[in-house]
Design a binder for this molecule. Structure first.
Ligand code: ATP
Ligand code: MG
Length: 246
């Protein structure tokens, strides 16, 4: 049992979710290591949502509300931590969830599929019933992508994604919204919009932002998108980390 008075209660709670997901066949071994890398950067960021992150979340919501076919692409870590929020965002925007695993096995796909079906997700792609094409030039088990999912999408949300795949998606001219605590990762640098923050804090704020901007004029949303620079956003995130060392 976790003690609520523990100064690192939240962090321990999420570690427990990661451990449980690993036990339940949702998370690969390497997913546990990826979580640790995330924790390190979260420590440096101060384990809170910065003003810069809040602004980037707002921009991400503008993308979701102005693109024709966004897709929420999820892996084991995202499922372990925020499956409920993913289901809620999918229902709010009426967009599909695509399962995309770095280490794809039929068993893990089935386990993750069950999580989202139980949460009532209507359009679930990337399951073994789906039709696949290969992401060009990307070899290995994470190369297949759902035809209905990513290949038709104009915007892909790829939280906690690996750099190889992000680079290939960018080469396919997709807009990419990413959540990554590491502002230096290849995924962070390659994406159109990188939210440098913990996915567990981002999802509720992203859902709020979509609700807030839902009825805002499209022109206003597009203007906000135009004024955003991801490079500037990443530089702000890096300088926020540096300030913590002063
Ligand atoms: P890249 O391949 O993009 O250069 P990487 O190899 O460090 O980076 P991966 O292990 O492939 O990254 O992907 C995991 C990424 O997800 C890491 O950058 C890690 O910081 C980030 N991450 C892990 N947990 C979280 C979390 N809870 N919220 C946000 N980001 C996270
Ligand atoms: Mg990587």
């Amino acid at each position: 049992m976790l003690n609520k008075d523990h100064p690192r209660y939240e962090s321990l709670l999420y570690r427990q979710k990661i451990v449980d997901a690993h036990k339940n066949g949702i998370l690969a071994d390497s997913g546990m290591i990826a979580h640790g890398r995330g924790e390190t950067f979260d420590y440096l960021i101060g384990e809170k949502t910065t003003a810069n992150s809040l602004n980037t979340i707002d921009i991400a919501s503008c993308y979701f509300l102005t693109r024709k076919r966004p897709v929420l692409s999820v892996n084991g870590n995202t499922t372990a931590l925020v499956a409920e929020d993913i289901a809620e965002l999918s229902s709010l925007l009426d967009i599909p969830v695509e399962i995309n695993l770095y280490y794809r096995t039929p068993e893990r796909i089935r386990n993750i599929e069950r999580v989202y079906k139980n949460l009532g997700v209507k359009e679930l792609l990337g399951t073994d019933d789906d039709d696949f094409i290969d992401t060009p030039d990307l070899n290995g088990p994470r190369s297949p992508v759902s035809i209905d999912g990513i290949s038709k999408a104009d915007l892909v949300f790829i939280p906690l994604e690996d750099g190889d795949r992000a680079e290939k998606l960018a080469a396919l001219k997709k807009d990419i919204v990413n959540v990554d605590l590491n502002p230096l990762s290849r995924t962070a640098v390659t994406s159109t919009v990188t939210i440098v923050d913990n996915i567990v804090r981002v999802m509720p704020l992203l859902i709020d932002a979509v609700r807030r901007n839902e009825d805002v004029d499209r022109k206003v949303l597009l203007e906000k998108i135009d004024s955003f620079s991801n490079r500037e956003n990443l530089d702000n995130a890096i300088s926020d980390i540096l300030k913590r060392f002063e």
